[in-house]
Design a protein around this ligand. Structure first.
Ligand SMILES: [Mg+2]
Length: 374
């Protein structure tokens, strides 16, 4: 079995909540998404996706996905998609780094591998635990009252966790506003709920310490990605008692090993595209497990295919280490296919359809922006 063609498609995915606001004045209205369709000599086709969170979130941008695919395409053609690590290595032989470009192809490879073997991707990743995965919302920065209302809305829709974005500049209100946001949201906490307070690297240690000093004792939350650099993060880590998860600082396996060796955090935001697809994400899952780290299995953003990939990986994480998954479907207005994965009884359970299990809506993809074939 070999890959015979690679088609690239582009779609804009509007953000479902109007404008998404992050620390440092970063605003996003829509996300430029790249989709990959691989076809094989057996007639099977597999689909993948890579949707960077704009161009200022991490070192990834949407046009770079498509240019990166152009660099790697000839190395993928002719490969057996069931040999997932070997295809990933072939991409690396043509392009260093650029995980976000590799992810689009890697997801399509896993989709094909599952379809070829008649198994869901979660089975190829070691097997689903059979436990419902708690789902986390993504609450962009706003006024305390507005953020509290959006949490309540997600709570009513079955979300058990909430990711609260903070990082107000001094002009916006600084640590005092961030403290008000956290207090307002955690005030309404229900039994069994959890909160990640995510600064997306937007705090100096000074801002973070002032913020934490403004909060009353006993608030139960995890501080995610407080600072933009390792030095700042480690400085804060030594002076704060709140548990910390990292996200944007960890892209490569070596970043994760560094995080563990310096005891920089208690958990990881494991994002499929950030890592370079399911192939490296599977490794990072196992490294986290070996180190006893909690995982929040996510992606930067994306549509149905990105959601499927993270949900398959999340299905294989032992429940005591799975903090949550992110339902990226909720963040954009355009689903690109159907998948059997409703939020029910506080979580999501994936079905057993082969591959990624997404019935892609072909009408959304009439014309590729690039095509490569044997
Ligand atoms: Mg994060």
């Amino acid at each position: 079995m070999k890959i015979t063609s690679l088609d690239v498609f582009q779609l804009d995915l509007p953000y479902a909540g109007g404008t998404y606001r992050l620390s440092h004045g970063r605003d996003y209205d829509s996300f430029d998404a790249t989709f990959v369709r691989l076809r094989t000599d057996t007639g099977l086709e597999g689909w993948g996706e890579s949707t960077p969170f704009g161009a200022t979130y991490i070192a990834a941008h949407a046009r770079g996905v498509r240019t990166g695919i152009e660099e790697m395409a000839t190395g993928v053609l002719g490969r057996d998609p069931r040999l997932t690590d070997r295809v990933w290595d072939a991409m690396g032989q043509r392009l260093a780094g650029h995980n976000h470009a590799k992810a689009a192809i890697d997801l399509a490879v896993w989709d094909l591998a599952g379809k070829a073997l008649g198994l869901p991707v979660h089975a190829l990743l070691g097997g689903a635990t059979g436990q419902r995965m708690p789902v986390i919302s993504s609450i962009h920065a706003g006024s305390p009252e507005d953020m509290r209302a959006r949490v309540a809305d997600h709570r009513a829709r079955g979300y058990r966790g909430h990711s609260i974005k903070i990082g107000a500049s001094d002009a916006e209100g600084g640590p005092a506003l961030d403290a008000d946001r956290i207090r307002a949201v955690l005030d309404g906490r229900q039994t069994g709920e959890f909160f990640l307070v995510d600064a997306n690297g937007g705090l100096s240690p000074e801002h973070a310490l002032r913020l934490l000093n403004l909060l009353p004792a006993g608030l139960d939350f995890v501080l995610e990605a407080p600072c933009a650099s390792w030095l700042e993060t480690l400085s804060l880590r030594q002076r704060c008692s709140v548990p910390i998860m990292l996200d944007e600082l960890v892209l490569e396996d070596s970043d994760l090993v560094h995080m563990i060796s310096t005891d920089a955090a208690d958990g990881l935001g494991l994002k499929i595209t950030k890592a370079g697809g399911l192939t490296p994400s599977r490794r990072q899952r196992d490294i986290c497990r070996a180190a006893g780290l909690v995982m929040s299995v996510q992606d930067t953003v994306g549509s149905t295919l990105s959601f499927a990939a993270l949900a398959h990986l999340g299905s294989t994480v032992p429940p005591h280490l799975l903090r949550c998954i992110l339902d990226v479907r909720d963040m954009v207005t355009l689903p690109v296919g159907a998948i059997d994965a409703p939020i029910r009884d506080g979580g999501i359970l994936l079905g057993d359809a082969p591959g990624l299990g997404v019935d892609v809506d072909a009408s959304l993809f009439p014309t590729p922006v690039a095509s490569y074939s044997l």
